[in-house]
Ligand binder design. Structure first.
Ligand code: MF3
Ligand code: CO
Ligand code: CO
Length: 259
């Protein structure tokens, strides 16, 4: 049983999982498409525009962030010390920046949500390291997923790996169930204790999306009401996949073939 908010975790049928696989693949395709455009001199609103047009005109899909709870753009772009939910705008990317691009598309009623880090030119070693490290944290989290495992197992491996390496993990934002809704139950924390929390079952679909900071874990919300930044202005990095729990493990619904 749970206290407080009810945990209405929606188990997907195999047919629904196939629709989520299509949405997930489309979201991954957007990240692949935008790669060559992410270079010095491009503004984050130009990247937003390219992704928007690709999702709408080529994929015949819907960019989920646009007008989601008032979010004004179609993708999130979070640069350097921005942690997540950065609003694309006139900011021009320059050599040495790192940027997370977070793509969520809706296709045939289902969501696919994925993000990755991009390097602009040659970022400093500490920037490249935290970007690669957050990807490692994501992979470790994913490897915990199987029926009978607990959500706390995912949070635990991520927190332990990060803190052993003198990084910190953001606590105010987390992964989430996903399906017909952008954000469903359960919350998927990126810190925690093994063997605690919800036990996983086949047909559950959720994201894992650890935000890892070079400095302290604390964050602040900018006056725009969306952009989350590190309080100490240290670099932050995030990668995200949408995962389905299968009979014997996991499926990464936002994986590109060959990845
Ligand atoms: N894609 C983000 C996530 O991983 C959510 C963005 S909400 C938005 O959950 F409104 F900022 F788009
Ligand atoms: Co996302
Ligand atoms: Co997400």
């Amino acid at each position: 049983s749970t206290r407080g908010a009810s945990m209405a975790v929606i188990i997907k049928t195999p047919e629904e999982i196939e629709k989520m696989r299509v949405a997930g693949r489309l979201a991954a395709d957007v990240l692949e498409m935008i790669g060559p455009h992410v270079k010095p001199g491009v503004s984050t609103e130009q990247l937003d525009c390219i992704c928007h047009d690709f999702i709408v005109d080529v994929q015949n899909a819907v960019p989920a962030p646009l007008n989601y709870r008032g979010f004004p753009k179609s993708i999130c772009t979070s640069v350097n010390h921005q942690v997540c939910h950065g609003i694309p705008g006139s900011k021009v990317l320059k050599d040495g920046d790192i940027v997370n691009i977070d793509i969520t598309v809706i296709k045939d009623g289902f969501h696919g949500d994925t993000s990755k880090m991009f390097f602009i030119g040659q970022p400093p070693l500490r920037a490249r390291r935290v970007s690669e490290f957050s990807h490692e944290c994501l992979k470790l989290g994913i490897e915990q997923v199987k029926p009978g495992a607990h959500l706390g197992d995912i949070g635990h491996v991520i927190q332990e790996h990060a803190e052993k390496n003198y990084y910190s993990v953001v606590r105010e934002y987390c992964g989430h169930g996903i399906g017909r809704e952008f954000h469903e139950d359960p919350q998927v924390l990126h810190y925690g204790v093994s063997g605690t929390g919800l036990a996983l079952q086949p047909g559950m679909t959720f994201t894992i999306e650890p935000m890892v900071n070079v400095g302290r874990r604390h964050v602040r919300l900018l006056p725009d009401g969306w952009t989350v930044v590190t309080r100490d202005r240290s670099l932050s990095a995030q990668w995200e996949h949408t995962i389905a729990v299968t009979e014997d493990g996991y499926d990464v619904l936002t994986r590109l073939p060959g990845d």
